[in-house]
Ligand binder design. Structure first.
Ligand SMILES: Nc1ncnc2c1ncn2[C@@H]1O[C@H](COP(=O)(O)OP(=O)(O)O)[C@@H](O)[C@H]1O
Ligand SMILES: [Mg+2]
Length: 142
């Protein structure tokens, strides 16, 4: 679209991400217009999920820019990033676990978000820190 005030919902420029020696994304450019539906196709392990994690700020790129609604998110502090994330929906593949967290931390995460430890204290003797609640919940899985 040729227009000076064209402002895409997502604009990615030069996005690069490596894990050790493996360069997963190499200077990726991408624009998604408001209302546009974009499907990203590729064989397993080609970097689709890594790109999505970068787009929601769950991981940081080695270089490159990501603008969401005109706002650069790669250098954004977490509280601002969380404001942007409220306009995003994200469905994780498979078990929806954060691979940067341990199993215990994954279980503790929503407990922290919803402040459930207080409410669970009636069911678990001696309400302690959130991680203790997470361990107790994990224990029920056997
Ligand atoms: N946190 C990570 N640490 C190391 N390597 C990773 C990490 N996340 C993804 N990778 C690697 O990056 C490549 C792309 O992964 P991914 O984006 O999950 O692929 P897919 O296109 O199947 O979604 C794979 O080789 C994967 O092993
Ligand atoms: Mg994937």
């Amino acid at each position: 679209m040729e227009s000076n005030n064209y402002n895409p919902a997502i604009r990615v420029q030069g996005l690069t991400k490596s894990f050790g020696e493996q360069r997963v994304l190499d200077r990726v450019d991408l624009e998604v217009a408001r209302g546009e539906t974009l499907t990203v196709l590729g064989r397993s392990g080609t970097g689709k999920s890594v790109m999505l994690k970068l787009l929601i700020g769950l991981q940081k790129p080695d270089s490159g820019e990501i603008e969401i609604d005109g706002e650069e998110i790669t250098t954004m502090p977490l509280d601002e990033l969380n404001r942007i994330r409220k306009s995003m929906g994200f469905l994780f593949q498979n078990a929806a676990l954060y691979d940067s967290l341990t199993v215990e931390e994954n279980v503790a995460f929503p407990l922290r978000m919803r402040r459930l430890p207080e409410r669970l204290s009636a069911h678990f003797a001696g309400a302690g820190p959130t991680s203790r609640q997470a361990r107790l919940q994990l224990g029920t899985l056997g």
